[in-house]
Design a protein around this ligand. Structure first.
Ligand code: NAD
Length: 332
């Protein structure tokens, strides 16, 4: 697995270790941390470097690896607009080196972390996998080009592969595996609340149920479980090679802020600001393909997502892994 020491990858590492798999992580520990992957073997290297292909070839052979999950990437859309060359180099050179490194190997399954950013500007309808692909920033472009490269390279190598297009990932499956980067509405709102600042709503006059923008937030543990489902499904042969990973419902900015208020036990008074240019009213995934063909669907609610993100950020159980959270529906 690449990027296994990061936010999403470390959740998948823990699920795989829990079920008894051997896990090898390739990570340069730029945003990832070694402490997140206790129990896995770590090869600390930069996948974008010219030596990476040979290193991958060697480690795959040495450990007899049969499945590869590729999480490693730079992931900030605004940063990618400022530094397109770095994003293309890091995200696509890394992927090309990895695919070349596993070409002649026993690998039988390849899973690529793609993103809803491949769709670009969408209409207000649920977004299906066949929606137009028109990414509006270099980050999204590297994900779309990445899907093409995965398709071409795994076809010629004879490796079954799939790209999972995650929507907005949030929450923490264990208190020590929270998202440490401040980039989405969850983390931005939580940081502001911790600093005693009011949350900001960019536009409250959209044609949505409460006037604020609606996005599809999916719990990181649901996303992690989608990878196990995809690995299993690849063995049986899949009808498609791209799948949306979201909840299919969506939450508004105001609903997220209300959930942060509930999790933090604080009264919040959001400030309403101008709409941001290019922000659509609503972006929600159509997840019917994943539910049909991967036998996967999300199980965690918005409040579980926000509460787990808050607890992870507020430092609950910082000293250890703590309990894995369970969906409310499964608790007695
Ligand atoms: N978090 C989200 O909401 C989201 C949404 C859609 C897609 N994704 C994609 O999911 C993947 C994982 O995202 P995340 O949120 O866990 O990010 P993250 O930054 O927490 O994890 C990325 C990991 O990759 C490692 N890494 C980065 N570049 C590397 C390189 N060149 N060589 C070796 N290791 C490298 C980092 O050290 C880190 O451990 C990324 O590909 C991202 O684009 C994330």
């Amino acid at each position: 697995m690449t990027g296994g020491a990061g936010y999403i990858g470390s959740h998948v590492v823990r699920l795989l270790l829990d079920r008894g798999d051997e896990v090898v992580v390739v990570d340069r520990l730029s945003t990832g941390r070694r402490e997140r992957i206790d129990g896995a073997t770590l090869l600390e290297t930069d996948l974008a470097s010219p030596t990476a292909e040979d290193e991958i070839h060697e480690i795959v052979r040495e450990h007899g690896l049969t499945g590869v999950l590729h999480f490693a990437a730079l992931k900030s859309a605004p940063e990618s607009v400022q530094e397109p060359e770095r994003y293309y180099r890091q995200n696509l050179d890394s992927l090309a080196n990895l695919l070349a490194g596993i070409r002649d190997s026993d690998v039988q399954a390849f899973v690529f972390s793609s993103s809803a950013a491949v769709y670009g500007e969408v209409s207000d309808e649920p977004v299906g996998e066949d929606a137009p692909l028109a990414p509006i920033n270099p980050y999204g472009q590297t994900k779309l080009a990445g899907e093409w490269l995965v398709r071409a390279a795994t076809a010629v190598a004879g490796i079954p592969s799939v790209s999972l297009r995650y929507f907005n990932v949030g929450g923490a499956g264990w208190p020590d595996l929270g998202d440490e980067q401040v980039g989405n509405l969850f983390s931005i709102t939580i940081e502001r609340v911790l600093r005693g600042e009011p949350p900001i709503i960019y536009g409250d006059d959209y044609a949505t149920r409460d006037g604020t923008g609606v996005r599809d937030y999916v719990h990181v543990l649901d996303v992690a479980e989608a990878h196990l489902a995809a690995l299993g499904a690849l063995r049986g042969g899949l009808q498609h090679d791209v799948y949306n990973i979201g909840t299919g419902t969506g939450a508004s900015v105001r609903e997220v802020i209300d959930a942060v208020a509930a999790a933090s036990g604080r009264l919040l008074h959001p400030v309403v600001s101008e709409r941001r240019p290019g922000d659509p009213a609503s972006v929600v995934a159509d997840v019917s393909r994943a539910s049909r063909e991967l036998a996967w669907r999300s199980r965690y609610s918005l409040s579980e997502m926000v509460e787990s993100a808050w607890n992870a950020r507020a430092g609950a159980a910082r000293s250890g892994a703590g309990e894995r959270i369970r969906p409310e529906a499964e608790q007695s």
